[in-house]
Design a protein around this ligand. Sequence first.
Ligand code: GLC
Ligand code: CA
Length: 574
Amino acid sequence: MTVTKRVWWKDGVVYQIYPASFKDSNNDGLGDIPGIISKIDYIKDLGIDIVWVSPMYDSPQHDMGYDISNYEAVYAPYGTVADMEELIEACHSRGMRLILDLVINHTSDEHKWFEESRSSKDNLKRDWYIWRPAKYDKDGKRMPPNNWRSFFSGSTWEWDEHTQEYYLHLFAKQQPDLNWENPEARKAIYDSAMEFWLKKGVDGFRVDTVNMYSKGTSLPDAPIIDAGVFEQPAPGLFCNGPRMHEFLREMNTQVLSKYDTMTVGELPHTPDPAHVLRYVGSGDKQLDMVFQFDIVDLGIGKTHKYEYEGYQLPELKQVVSKWQKFIEGSDGWTTAFCENHDQGRSVSRFASDAPEFRERSSKMLAIMMCAMTGTLFVYQGQEIGMINAPKDWPIEDYKDIESINYYNSVKARGGDEKALAHVMKSIQILGRDHARLPMQWDASPYAGFTGKKDGAWMRTNDSYKEINVANQTEDPNSVLNFWRKMIKMRKEYRDVFIHGAFEGYDVENRDTFVFSKTKGESRVVVVLNFTGRESGFERPKELGGKWELLVSSAEGVDGTERLGAYEGRIYTVN
Ligand code: GLC
Ligand code: CA
């Protein structure tokens, strides 16, 4: 076991595809697998090594396919298993790999396992899900087994009239949680959700909500932090439970170790680096890497995500630094990402999407991301600088269950105009829908995403005539061509960019972010201006030597220590 072991998934750049919104091939308004295949050369040309497709499995779509009714089938409007086999082949023949989303904390309530489980208390699969009897309050009113709040608002418990018990669902009520304590259920998950696809040549998984499988068995009440409502946030009680590491080790030994795979786990609510290392240390075979959420959680509300509080640049620098450094000297690995299908667009969140600044912002963030340690993840549309939906879209234009349920719950508890306006503002920044708007391919109606006359399943961002792939392919100075160049550079300088040691400087500075990456004799310094004004920066005293400009995101840079608005640069320092 060596610390610097190189494997394909460390140096590879991953591109995440959200099937509903990537490309519609048959003009029904919904993206599909043949649509992905038709754009595979576009992905390859960007410099991508690994394609990750978000859930394309059969599903009633209460949570955009994260509610799976059959792991071994494809959602019919997206295509067929044969289409997936073609996609695997299309990736492999171009030297790319393909990973899928592995959603095994829960299934859909329409999965046949759950249908059996709920059919009677003595059904053989009853114990494959988490059932509990009701509690009764002092007036004899039926109450759920505890006060946990689901991620999508309301209780985590749903009453089942037929068998007179509650079942647990951490997400929507149509997403019952599997009972990982049951060995037969675990075996069925491994066979159906994993081996089925690995045998077809899939190269690994992004593992959904990877730290929630073990919840313990006592399921105690959560402490009250949101007074005035019964349901309380409880991630501290159901994340990282007592058997979590044991389950992941078992999954690795029984399934993953038989194939050459990569796994990247989604690891929310885990702030302690030592704890994260337990998941990703290569000696203890669990996961290859995880997404730790501090960067995308910047500024979120304390009682709920959609009670946005904002943040200052020093906080961003601190979280980047913390999660860049935590693997140093260990045998673990990490990820670099700032977008996915659950987040607002990075340009809108971390820089500026104002028309005069958004291109600069996208390029500056591309520099930051491409210089980071870990496996780099790019989310569809990030490479052309797609931005959040305009602020004048009403709540009716949003479709995501998380946003809508929370908005309605605040309304239902008597939230006044001000409270609702704050939720709306939070959704404008953080809403999951922003990333789910149709991919902007060209300036034709509906951004060239669909040929359907009345448009796509989801409203197209008003900005598509200016921000689209066709425009940017022609323009040598476009965001797209900048990303291509930066991905190439990341590979050329892989030692320092991907594997270097991170050091941040002048952390309290609210305008600029300066950090170095060092590997052996090689060193680069990255300087980023996070403001819409010119800004000076100081060369850190400890970084003497010769500074040479490697790249700048601004045209006509003059080489001085002044950065233009939202400019980023990388220097080699020897
Ligand atoms: C993960 C997914 C998210 C989904 C949830 C439930 O957080 O990224 O989109 O809603 O899990 O599966
Ligand atoms: Ca379609």
